[in-house]
Design a protein around this ligand. Structure first.
Ligand code: PLP
Length: 440
């Protein structure tokens, strides 16, 4: 996605988002767009959730802001408790920030401070994966493997090692099972730890289901259990970045539940505020918290707007909606139906190489040739053109490609709101079909 500056120069280049109506955004000219990607997997409740709007308004009537150096707030405390009640085992504490990159930065700094507190000061290296995006601030950018985003800032980025992703469609050899493939690529972590020296490694960070660099790539069975084993055997922390795939997007509140593992630190953001407020969070294990509590007693970090009462009030209502309105069941049900419909309409398309994902986090990968899996020449801007044509047809979807987002080849992410109705699945696939016919 492009990065915008705002102001006079931008007027006329983009339609003005004037109003929201459920899964739709309506522009100033009255045109309706179905939000098929929730922006970038953000708007999980659509654009007009009355409960969330009322939660913000009623908190605003009480108090908008009180600095966390002096006060806590009711919504922040209640949101933290409810997140912990529903988090993977072992995650016991929550730290609120204002977005995904901030949450990743906080996670890396917390990992570093933890090892200082327990007397392992040599641990400072982070290992990540090549096919990953962890944010655009310098620390998060250093962790991410997205070459296109990193390139011009490289001298400012701390050195990070990048191992292979778990990307079955492209990288599994024909003579190995999916399970064997997963073990092979997970074992790269062990090799990298040995190469660097285990005593120098802080953490491994990864997205359970890859989002912004490759359109919803889930791991194969057993991959994350092996990763967990390797982290434990070497005493390094596992940080899972659920900024995009968390908060119910894949059908469970945390995506890693489906891989049957718990991280030491998890970061969440987009669906946490659902677009109603900017907010992110880091959840950490009791062991990390206790080591710091028993040591210096103070996590040396902080931002002015952390735990903001309006943001946490909105998120408390968002989490309530996800858990209490049966939306996880709808994610699973509509996710299955959307995927089945995509397979029916595009499964045999000569330029669709893969349809994948979990829940309402689905990706399509486009190829010039299905047999060889050869990607399109980047100059054809397939993903960007599909986005453009879909937008013209009134569908928002999230494109990725080497030229847009450093991905290998061209991809499309679909991540509609959890409130999507059955009839709207036909609308999404129909509009996508219109875009396909215009581009291919
Ligand atoms: N981590 C992942 C997995 C993401 O997809 C993103 C954003 O797309 C981020 C981190 C950064 O989040 P933010 O844009 O809120 O800083």
């Amino acid at each position: 996605m492009s990065s915008h500056v705002f102001g006079r120069a931008t007027v006329g280049q983009l339609p003005v988002a004037a109003r929201g109506d459920g899964c739709y955004i309506i522009d100033a000219d009255g045109k309706r767009y179905f939000d098929g990607s929730g922006g970038a997997a953000v708007s999980c409740l659509g654009h007009s959730d009355a409960a969330v709007a009322n939660a913000i308004k009623s908190q605003l009537d009480k108090i908008a802001f009180a600095h966390t150096g002096f006060f806590t707030s009711e919504p922040a405390e209640q949101l933290a408790d409810r997140l912990i009640e529903n988090a993977p085992q072992g995650l016991e504490r929550v730290y609120f920030v204002s977005g995904g990159s901030e949450a990743v930065e906080a996670a890396i700094k917390l990992a570093r401070q933890y090892f200082l507190e327990i007397g392992q000061p040599d641990r400072h290296r982070v290992i990540a994966r090549r096919q990953s995006y962890h944010g655009n601030t310098l620390g998060a950018l250093a962790a991410g493997g997205n070459e296109w985003r990193r390139r011009q800032f490289a001298p400012l980025l701390v050195e990070t090692s990048h191992i292979s992703p778990c990307y079955e469609y492209r990288d599994r050899c024909s003579d190995e099972s999916a399970y064997e493939y997963g073990q092979r690529v997970a074992n790269e972590l062990e090799e990298e730890i040995q190469r660097l020296g285990a005593e120098s490694v802080l953490a491994f960070i990864a997205e359970p289901v890859v989002g912004a660099t490759a359109g919803a790539v889930p791991p194969v069975e057993g991959y994350y259990r092996r990763i967990r084993e390797i982290c434990d055997a070497n005493g390094i922390l596992l940080i899972l970045d659920e900024v995009m795939c968390g908060m119910g997007r894949t059908g469970t509140l945390f995506a890693c539940e489906q891989d049957r593992i718990s991280p030491d630190i998890a970061v969440i953001a987009k669906g946490l505020g659902a677009g109603y407020q900017p907010i992110g969070a880091m959840l950490c294990s009791g062991a990390i918290y206790e080591a710091i509590a028993a040591g210096t007693g103070f996590f040396q970090h902080g931002h002015t707007y952390m735990g903001h009462p309006l943001a946490t009030a909105a998120s408390r209502a968002v989490l309530g909606a996800i858990l209490d309105r049966g939306l996880l069941a709808n994610v699973n049900d509509k996710g299955r139906k959307l995927r089945a419909e995509l397979e029916l309409v595009f499964g045999q398309h000569p330029n669709v190489g893969d349809i994948r994902g979990r829940g309402l986090f689905l990706g399509l990968e486009f190829v010039e040739d299905r047999e060889t899996k050869a990607p399109f020449d980047p100059s054809r801007k397939i993903a960007a053109n599909l986005k453009k044509r879909a937008f013209e047809a009134g569908l928002i979807c999230y494109p990725m490609s080497g030229t847009i987002d450093g991905a290998r080849g061209d991809h499309m992410l679909l991540a509609p709101p959890f409130i999507i109705e059955e009839r709207q699945i036909d609308e999404v696939v129909g509009k996508l079909d219109t875009a396909f016919k215009a581009v291919f």
